[in-house]
Design a protein around this ligand. Structure first.
Ligand SMILES: Cc1cc2nc3c(=O)[nH]c(=O)nc-3n(C[C@H](O)[C@H](O)[C@H](O)COP(=O)(O)OP(=O)(O)OC[C@H]3O[C@@H](n4cnc5c(N)ncnc54)[C@H](O)[C@@H]3O)c2cc1C
Length: 359
C-alpha cells in the first residue's frame, strides 16, 4: 500500500502498518518530515485542551500513553534521542479555571490551581513577577520535532520501510471507483490501498463533492539561543508559548496566519513573538534570536482530523487535518488508521473522524 506524504502522520501510519505486516511505501514530495512536522513545537498536549471536543481529547490522551514507549523504540531503532521530556505546562492565568478543572476530572489529568505567587515561581522561577497565579499541569511532555522526524527516518531504514523522497504525487489513479495507485513524475505506482497523509496539501487529490476540507495555516516560531538549565517549564500565556529544549534553547511561538501556501518569515512576527516571550520570561530580553521559521499547519475548523476511508472510492483512506495538534494526536491517529486499513474493529469510535463529520 502507498502513503502520500512523509510528515509525522504519514510516517507514524507507515510504521504502524509495517509492524502489522503490511508492505508499505511512503511517497514524499520533499525530504521526509521537512514540512509542518519539522516546524512544530512538539507539545504533547493541545494548547487549552478544554476548548477542544472530546474526539480531539480522546486521541490526545491515547497518544500520551504511546509516546514514552515510542520514543524509546525509535531511539533503539535509529540511535536518535527525540528528547521526549516531561517539562510540564504552566498556564499563566485562571480565566478558564472551571472548564480546565472539569476537563482534568473527565480525563484524569493532574491539574493544580496555583493562587500563591511564591509557589508559582517555585514551579518556574524565570516567569515574570507580574504573573502571580495560574494552572499547572506537571505531566505534560514535549518532544523535539526535528529529532523526532530524524528518528522516524532512521527507524524506516532500520526496519526496511520503503520510501521515496523528492517524488511528488501528481494524482490518484482511480478506475471505476476503485483506487489503483498513484501517478508521479517517475511513473505510476500501483497499490490496492492508498492513504492521503499530505498535511496542508491533502485537499488537492480528490475531485468531486466528497473531499477533505483542509487549508494551510502558517505558524511562525522564533528560537532563542538560551542558556542551559535556565528555563525548565513550558509556559502558555494568552496564546503565546515558551518551550525550553533540553540543550537550553528556547522556542517561542507562534503566529496563526491564513496566507495560503506561503512560508515567508516576517519582521512583524519576530517583533510580536519576541515581545510576548519577554513578557512571560523577562530573561529572554538578553538572549539572541538564533533562528526563525514557518510551517504550514493542516488547518481544519475545529481541529478534528479526518481519519477515515473514502465512502465512494474503494481502497482510499485519509489521515489528515490535525491542525495545531498533529504531534499529540498523531500516534493515536496512526493507530486508528491502521485498524481501519487492516479491517479490524476500531478501538475507539471512528464516527467523529469520518469524511462527512464536522471537522
Ligand atoms: C509553528 C507550529 C507549531 C506547532 N506546534 C505543535 C505542538 O506543539 N504540538 C502538536 O501536536 N502539533 C503542533 N503543530 C502542528 C503539527 O506540527 C502538525 O499538525 C503536523 O506536523 C501535521 O503533520 P502532517 O504529517 O499531517 O503534515 P506535514 O508535516 O506537513 O506533512 C505532510 C507531507 O506531505 C507532503 N506532500 C504534500 N503534497 C504531496 C504530494 N503531492 N506528493 C507527495 N508528498 C506530498 C509534504 O511535502 C509533507 O512533507 C505545530 C505546527 C506549527 C507550524
Amino acid at each position: 500500500m502507498i502513503i502520500i506524504g512523509g510528515g509525522i502522520i504519514g510516517m507514524l501510519t507507515a510504521r504502524e502498518l509495517h509492524n502489522a505486516g503490511v508492505d508499505v511505501l511512503v511517497i514524499e514530495r520533499g525530504p521526509l518530515g521537512g514540512e509542518s512536522s519539522w516546524a512544530g513545537g512538539g507539545i504533547i498536549s493541545p494548547l487549552y485542551p478544554w476548548r477542544y471536543s472530546r474526539s480531539v481529547n480522546r486521541l490526545a490522551e491515547i497518544s500520551k500513553t504511546i509516546y514514552p514507549g515510542l520514543a524509546q523504540q525509535l531511539q533503539h531503532e535509529s540511535g536518535v534521542d527525540c528528547e521526549l521530556i516531561t517539562s510540564g505546562l504552566l498556564f499563566t492565568d485562571l480565566k478558564e479555571r472551571q472548564q480546565a478543572e472539569s476537563w482534568a476530572r473527565e480525563w484524569s489529568v493532574d491539574l493544580q490551581v496555583i493562587t500563591d505567587a511564591h509557589r508559582l515561581h517555585e514551579i518556574e522561577p524565570q516567569v515574570s513577577t507580574a504573573i502571580d497565579c495560574g494552572l499547572w499541569l506537571p505531566d505534560i511532555m514535549q518532544i523535539r520535532n526535528p529529532k523526532l522526524v530524524k528518528a522516524m527516518k532512521g527507524s524506516f531504514d532500520a526496519l526496511g520501510i520503503k520510501y521515496f523522497e523528492h517524488t511528488p504525487v501528481q494524482e490518484l489513479v482511480i478506475e471505476a471507483g476503485v483506487i489503483k495507485g498513484v501517478k508521479t513524475d517517475a511513473g505510476i505506482y500501483t497499490a490496492d490501498k492508498v492513504v492521503i497523509a499530505s498535511g496542508a496539501w491533502s485537499a488537492g487529490f480528490i475531485k468531486g463533492e466528497k473531499n477533505v476540507e483542509v487549508e494551510p495555516v502558517k505558524g511562525q516560531m522564533i528560537m532563542f539561543r538560551g542558556e542551559h538549565g535556565l528555563i525548565k517549564r513550558m509556559v502558555l500565556s494568552s496564546g503565546h508559548y515558551i518551550i525550553p529544549r533540553k540543550d537550553g534553547r528556547v522556542l517561542a511561538g507562534s503566529t496563526l496566519e491564513r496566507t495560503g501556501f506561503d512560508k515567508t518569515i516576517t519582521d512583524d512576527a519576530t517583533v510580536e513573538l519576541r515581545r510576548a516571550a519577554v513578557e512571560i520570561i523577562p530573561a529572554l530580553a538578553d538572549m539572541e534570536i538564533e533562528r526563525q521559521w514557518a510551517g504550514l499547519r493542516p488547518g481544519t475548523e475545529q481541529g478534528i482530523p479526518y481519519i477515515c476511508s473514502h465512502p465512494e472510492i474503494d481502497g482510499l483512506y485519509i489521515n489528515a487535518g490535525h491542525y495545531r495538534n498533529g504531534v499529540v494526536l498523531g500516534a493515536a491517529s496512526a493507530r486508528l488508521m491502521a485498524e481501519m486499513v487492516l479491517g479490524q474493529d476500531p478501538s475507539i469510535n471512528p464516527a467523529p473522524y469520518a469524511l462527512d463529520a464536522a471537522h
